[in-house]
Ligand binder design. Structure first.
Ligand code: AMP
Length: 480
């Protein structure tokens, strides 16, 4: 199958050639023809499959006829996070070169005024996060009656982030005769219900989860005998200092740990910066740009901030802890080994992670070999190793801080030995979708009805994962 066979115009074929793509990916081959034919499409695919082009290319093709009117966008692309929206916008710019299509990116964390100016001139496509789109609509700066195409990207992530009511509103705001291109990596019942209500006899295109391509990713586990954060950071540094580590993304489950780990790494001389939903938009964008350009070697990230980010050439993914949701493990390690490259992931697991680790291994249906780390010393098992302590640390900030501080008295006893046991990795099978709606996420955008806190300072709080305050530039010893 070639791109030309999909029915795209010569201008788009040129742009595709310039992008260096030789043949369509399965989601592109499946979604582009029905989208060009004007059908609704339900694409079940996730980042890394080429899904962005599978909706941007037909959208550009369809938009290339006709012009935008002031405040009346002709198409709408809704994405869950600012980064993802910005990435879609980048894709749109790449593929629409020479097409004279105008685009407005409506994301939170940046000023309204410039966005309004673009809207006033008329935009062919609006790429927006749900909250900011509704904000503009409520300010009377937008008329939805001209929307002919609606794209929803990463719908399941919107569910995780509590955006479904916003999404329903958006569906009701656009004219009933519109074409919908709807993408989701998984199909929980809430998403299926949206599809049933708002899509018109969609063409369903499903592609294998990236887990099936993880043959490109050499996965490793570092099993620690203690839950002590200092030991985890020492293990992380040892893993990062290995040969062959060019750059990488370090994932942590909690935003506070993202900050702590990033600072600790900086203190140890690593080029590392944090990215999570509590940081203001401009610093997130800058961090991402620095990482993409190679100026920054390591990105320390939360799951939501990193979800969907297309960052090529990442040699390594480090899991500072095992994700609570096994799905996230697949997303995380999928940041490496992309586009035919090989990659490596190293997951640090402590006794407190045992349940999460079991869920991950069940999901990926393969053994992950353990990795030997030279000269790593860990603290002896202590009260902190008990799951009870971990539970309490995640429940309240003050307790969490206490648990960090309790690292200090760690006694220097015989180091725990970490053995290397290399086992054969079996290929990963696609799995049945079993997503569970999540109660909270460190989302970059809050729902229009969700409380918006700390707006003036550009930081949002999450009741389940509050940012740590009071460190300033000073890094206490326990963070070393
Ligand atoms: P996405 O799943 O949309 O985030 O895309 C993942 C990566 O695949 C991006 O870096 C795209 O530029 C790239 N990509 C998209 N389509 C193709 C293609 N047909 N051939 C090769 N790479 C592609």
């Amino acid at each position: 199958m070639t791109f030309a066979e999909l029915g795209l115009s010569s201008k788009l074929l040129e742009a595709i050639e310039t992008a260096g793509y030789t043949e369509p990916t399965p989601i592109q081959a499946g979604a582009i023809p029905p989208a060009l034919a004007g059908k609704d499409v339900l694409g079940i695919a996730q980042t890394g499959t080429g899904k962005t082009a599978s909706f941007t290319l037909p959208l550009i093709e369809r938009l290339s006829r006709g012009r935008a009117k002031a405040r009346m966008p002709r198409s709408l692309i809704i994405a869950p996070t600012r980064e993802l929206a910005a990435q879609v916008a980048e894709n749109f710019e790449t593929y629409s070169k020479g097409q004279k299509l105008s685009m407005a990116l409506l994301i939170g964390g940046v000023a309204f005024k410039p966005q309004e100016e673009i809207l006033n001139k008329g935009a062919d496509v609006l790429i927006a996060t749900p909250g900011r789109l509704l904000d503009h609509f409520e300010r009377g700066k937008l008329l939805m009656s001209g929307v002919q195409f609606l794209v929803v990207d990463e719908a399941d992530r919107m569910l995780d982030m509590g955006f479904i009511p916003d999404l329903e509103r958006i569906f009701k705001m656009v004219p009933p005769r519109r074409q919908v291109l709807f993408f989701s990596a998984t199909m929980p019942k809430e998403i299926q219900s949206l599809v049933d209500r708002f899509l018109n006899d969609p063409e369903r295109v499903e592609v294998a989860r990236p887990a099936t391509t993880s043959a490109n990713i050499q996965q490793y586990l570092v099993k620690l005998g203690s839950n002590v954060a200092k030991d985890k950071r020492a293990a992380l540094r040892a893993a990062m200092n290995r040969d062959g580590v060019k750059n990488g993304i370090i994932f942590a489950n909690r935003k506070r740990d993202v900050d702590i780990v990033a600072r600790s790494l900086q203190r140890h001389g690593f080029s590392a910066s944090p990215i999570h939903g509590d940081l203001d938009q401009s610093s997130r964008m800058q961090t991402l740009a620095d990482f993409k350009s190679g100026e920054l070697r390591f990105l320390v990230a939360s799951d939501v901030a990193a979800r969907g980010l297309d960052i090529p050439n990442v040699s390594h993914v480090f899991n500072y802890d095992v994700p609570h949701h096994a799905d996230d493990y697949v997303h995380r390690i999928g940041r490496t080994g992309r586009a035919g490259n090989t990659g490596e992931s190293v997951t640090i697991s402590t006794p407190a992670d045992s349940k999460s680790l079991a869920a991950v291994l069940k999901l990926i249906q393969q053994d992950v070999p353990e990795l030997a780390l030279d000269g790593l010393e860990t603290s002896p098992a202590s009260d902190e190793d008990k799951p009870k302590s971990r539970r309490s640390s995640s429940r309240s900030k003050s307790r969490g801080e206490k648990s960090e501080k309790s690292e200090t008295p760690a006694k220097a006893e015989a180091p725990a030995k970490i053995e290397a046991v290399k086992t054969e990795a079996k290929p990963v099978e696609p799995r049945a979708e079993t997503p569970a709606p999540r109660k909270s996420a460190d989302n970059s955008e809050s729902s229009s009805r969700a409380p918006r806190k700390d707006k003036s300072r550009g930081r949002r709080s999450d009741p389940q994962d509050r940012p740590v305050v009071g460190f300033g530039d000073h890094v206490p010893d326990f963070m070393s």
